[in-house]
Write a protein of this length. Structure first.
Length: 518
């Protein structure tokens, strides 16, 4: 992407552009650690030691240890242990990834003997390259996700790569490497490490920092841009720079952000800081947004005549939100447009260790909502009728809602037995989650209908209740139950409210899930 610079006389130089990939915060455990996950051995042979710290018994996966490497000991108990890694001389470079296992925890240790394949590559080449291969890359830091572990995003203008952990100046991991190296957004770093792919995120894992080039320009405040209201307006960024001025710019093709004014304040030299940074206050104006949520960026560049630094500043503006069915959401294109979905939580997404993901369904379909902010805080659960807002995303062509927010509860459904359901008060605004087998209704005033409305008994180990109509899904019309293809004996889960008609207890429900009878 090109930049639309405010000062056209600027001589183009290195520009580091931020991408739009979804960012995440990985999960870390304190019960299994190693002093270094990157060990280099000489081609002439030799040994190196690492320290293992575990709260339980641990062992190396024997299948991960190559014939050319001796690991001693191969297992140990809780506490701190020293492990010796030994290799004989070799004429060719070789490498391996050891797997250290303690309970459900796995720590990988990269072993390299001799000069490895650490070719200087662009971010684009890394993204398109093979997992497991070691790369060296020079790029700018666009954001810092976790300073303690050294998890940062870098970009060299060809793409964005996530650095999942880095060593500090003493070659130790998880030891505040960002502080150790004094890293800031905008700095240009050269790093080396093996490539892995986590979900859709391209990573270099446990990298070694080879060099750091401090940026000539830095965002002072606000460090993260506030979201601009859809009505538009002005926003000001305070920028510090050590070059010969600062040049603001707007992403090429972005016609809704425009430069407005800039004022500069010279730094005051002191004995401690004889060459202080100057400060620029740059104001941009944002147009009214009558469409969907949109994002772009502005940039700040400074040069001292020899070196040039450029830093991007992401800007997001609110837009309208489309209320749609899940069917229409699934048919939409992947992008930043905002959609509002209302439906029943049918299942929690167990693969999300953060516990923010779930499946939501209405009468038109079902989709995964991936990591909705506010979901955990709301205490939502399976059976609840909720509303979420987010964007249409996809993972390996599988559609999902991303960058979402839990907006509100519509109804909270309490899971109870059928006998308990029969004894709750009648209330058309109170839903319960009940499950059982579809069975024949025999009580006076009942009829059986699986072809259209869904009239039958629902039976569990505590009793039966007459189900008087089941909607195909939340928001659906009556008379569509037959399209679910259920029959006698199938297990059915619904949310339902209780009514009583001429002494007959009834459950009026909405479909959640089902299982065919064996």
């Amino acid at each position: 992407m090109k930049l639309k610079y405010i000062i056209p006389s600027f001589v183009a130089a290195l520009a580091m552009f931020a991408g739009c990939s979804e960012k995440f915060e990985p999960s870390y455990r304190d019960d299994l650690k190693v002093s270094s996950s990157y060990v280099a051995l000489s081609t002439s042979g030799g040994s190196s030691e690492i320290e293992v710290c575990s709260n339980a018994e641990w062992a190396f996966d024997a299948n991960s240890v190559p014939e050319w490497l001796t690991v001693s000991p191969m297992s140990g108990s809780s506490g701190n242990s020293i492990v010796k890694l030994t290799a004989s001389s070799t004429e060719t470079a070789q490498n391996a990834t050891l797997r250290l296992i303690s309970g459900n925890n796995i720590q990988e240790i990269n072993i390299i003997q001799g000069k490895t394949v650490a070719e200087l590559a662009t971010c684009k080449q890394i993204i398109e390259g093979d997992d497991g291969k070691t790369y060296r890359v020079r790029a700018a830091i666009t954001s810092i996700a976790n300073a303690h572990y050294g998890n940062i995003y870098i970009n060299d203008g060809t793409g964005e790569v996530y650095l999942y952990g880095m060593s500090d100046k003493d070659d130790k991991l998880a030891n505040d490497p960002v502080d150790s190296w004094g890293l800031e957004v905008g700095d240009v770093i050269t790093v080396e490490g093996p490539k892995v792919t986590y979900n859709t995120t391209i990573e270099l894992k446990n990298v070694k920092v080879l060099s750091v080039e401090k940026s000539l320009v830095k965002i002072v405040e606000p460090v993260v841009a506030p979201t601009i209201a859809k009505e538009g307006g002005n926003f000001t960024v305070k920028v510090a720079f050590k070059g010969k001025g600062v040049i603001p710019g707007v992403a090429d093709g972005c016609d809704w952000i425009n430069f407005k004014t800039m004022s500069v304040k010279a730094g005051t030299p002191t004995a401690v800081e004889p060459n202080p940074a100057d400060t620029a206050y740059v104001t941009f104006t944002v147009a009214v947004n009558d469409a969907n949520l949109r994002s772009s960026f502005v940039t700040f560049t400074s040069t001292n005549g020899v070196e040039t630094s450029s830093i991007n500043y992401d800007v997001t503006q609110e837009g309208s939100v489309a209320d749609v069915t899940i069917e229409k959401f699934l048919a939409a294109e992947v992008g930043t447009a905002q959609y509002r979905l209302t439906g029943i939580i049918t299942e929690l997404y167990a693969s999300d260790k953060q516990g923010k993901s779930f499946y939501i369904a209405d009468h038109t379909g079902k989709t995964l909502v991936y990591r909705a902010e506010g979901f955990i805080e709301a205490g939502a659960k399976v059976g609840d009728v909720v509303t979420v807002v987010g964007q249409r995303g996809a993972y390996k062509e599988s559609p999902q809602m991303v960058n979402g927010n839990f907006e509100k509860f519509n109804y909270a459904a309490t899971a109870i037995t059928i006998n308990e359901f029969r004894n709750v008060p009648d209330d058309k605004e109170k839903y319960y989650l009940i499950s059982g087998s579809i069975s024949q209704a025999t009580e006076d005033g009942t009829k059986n209908d699986l072809e259209k409305y869904g009239n039958f008994n629902l039976t569990d180990e505590t009793g039966s209740v007459y189900v008087y109509g089941v909607l195909k899904g939340w928001g659906g019309a009556k008379g569509e139950f037959g399209s679910l293809g259920l029959t006698w004996g199938d297990k059915l889960t619904i949310i339902a409210y209780k009514t009583t008609y001429k002494g007959l207890v009834e459950a009026v429900g909405v479909y959640v899930s089902s299982e065919k009878a064996e």
